[in-house]
Design a binder for this molecule. Structure first.
Ligand SMILES: [Zn+2]
Length: 376
């Protein structure tokens, strides 16, 4: 029995290796290349591919390449064989993303609502909006792997509680109150951790990275030594509350001078009462009020970025929806950051995330995608 179990596990492992190889292949992938890369006999490759194709997980890509003799048929995974949903909860809006097995966005929707802390029946509202999102986009519930939910919150080590979520005005509430009873597997994660993890995973998780999330709030994640560094209280990477100006602007955490008070998207909407798009249009057209505010944001951001670099000495990556407008200003930000640095004359360690707009919901959906791929 034990031997049989071992054989079954070994067979599963082989099939899983084949699937993952096709999934991550950046070059042409064929039966022969699988056989070479994984040191498997051709008959073994054939048999596993047949199983994967019958399960609807792998298909011929349609591409053919001559490999000396006969033309070889290209292989690819079926990306929409399964999908996961990611939900980002912020103070007054929900963002839904459905992502396929390549983490490609299949559908997206945002829904505005009253502040979470004031809204009665939030849990039922969330469940209803999720069902509506699935219906509107004709997403097959049979293929749904699970629903990831990301919040700007510090969770208690014992799962099931939010200790503190300043931007949601919540303290000591259960996750059940916010999002209990969904009829799908669910997973909760801090929003910046989700987004940072997506970035790190997509880059092949080889390099250490500090991730800074710039959205309505400012958060972060530290991804070093092959995983997330959590800290003693699961508060590592709370970069939003680094003090960048002693006695400065009030922060929603109750202190003052925090990076979040200076560099969140909220500062633009609170100070000027305009959408981000309009703000950045104004900045590019040299509206002096907008330019002044943006330069102040960049200068404070540079202080925060340089502090992170000083502590961790690794890449610093900026993500979150604010960064979709930041590309033209990255050189200036790098220049400001470099000016604070004792050891480096440029800030080449600083870059923008691959996922700009929907990093948070995509990142939390990744939990189920990754789980599926690893256990296939
Ligand atoms: Zn703060």
């Amino acid at each position: 029995m034990e031997l049989e179990a071992t054989i079954t596990e070994r067979r599963r492992q082989t099939r899983s290796n084949i699937y993952r190889h096709i999934h991550t292949a950046t070059d042409f992938c064929s039966k022969q290349s699988l056989s070479n890369a994984l040191s498997l006999s051709l008959p073994t490759v054939y048999q596993n591919l047949t199983e994967l194709m019958e399960a609807g997980l792998v298909r011929y890509s349609g591409e053919q390449r001559s490999t000396g003799g006969r033309k070889a048929m290209g292989l690819e995974i079926v990306p929409d064989a399964r999908y996961a949903v990611g939900i980002s909860i912020t103070e007054n809006r929900l963002r839904f993303v459905a992502a396929d097995l390549n983490l490609k966005e299949l559908a997206y929707k945002k829904v505005y609502h009253e502040p979470v802390s004031e809204k009665s029946g939030f849990r039922a509202f969330l469940a209803e909006e999720l069902e509506r999102f699935l219906d509107e986009n004709q997403l097959d519930r049979e293929k749904l792997l699970g629903v990831g939910i990301a919040l700007p919150a510090v969770f208690s080590p014992v799962a099931g509680n939010i200790l503190l979520a300043p931007s949601l005005h919540l303290r000591d509430v259960t996750l059940q109150t916010l999002a209990g009873d969904l009829p799908y597997p669910t997973y909760f994660e801090n929003d910046a951790t989700s987004a940072g993890y997506a970035e790190w995973y997509t880059y092949g998780h080889q390099r250490d990275m500090a991730f800074l999330l710039l959205e309505t709030g400012v958060g972060g994640a530290v991804l070093v030594n092959g995983g997330q560094y959590q800290g003693d209280n699961r508060r590592s990477g709370e970069f939003g509350h680094i003090c960048v100006e002693a006695g400065g602007l009030p922060c929603r955490c109750g202190k003052s001078g925090c990076l979040e008070a200076y560099c969140s998207a909220r500062r633009i909407s609170d100070d000027l009462g305009i959408p981000l798009k309009e703000f950045f249009l104004g900045v590019s057209n040299h509206n002096s009020t907008y330019e002044l505010l943006w330069d102040d944001m960049l200068r404070h951001l540079a202080i925060g970025v340089n502090s992170i670099r000083m502590v961790l000495d690794c890449d610093v990556v900026l993500g979150g929806f604010l960064t979709q407008y930041m590309e033209p200003y990255l050189p200036r930000l790098q220049e400001y950051a470099a000016a604070y640095n004792t050891f480096e004359s440029d800030a080449g360690y600083l870059r923008l995330s691959k996922f700009r707009k929907h990093a948070v919901p995509l990142g939390v959906a990744l939990h189920f995608v990754k789980e599926f791929i690893e256990t296939i």
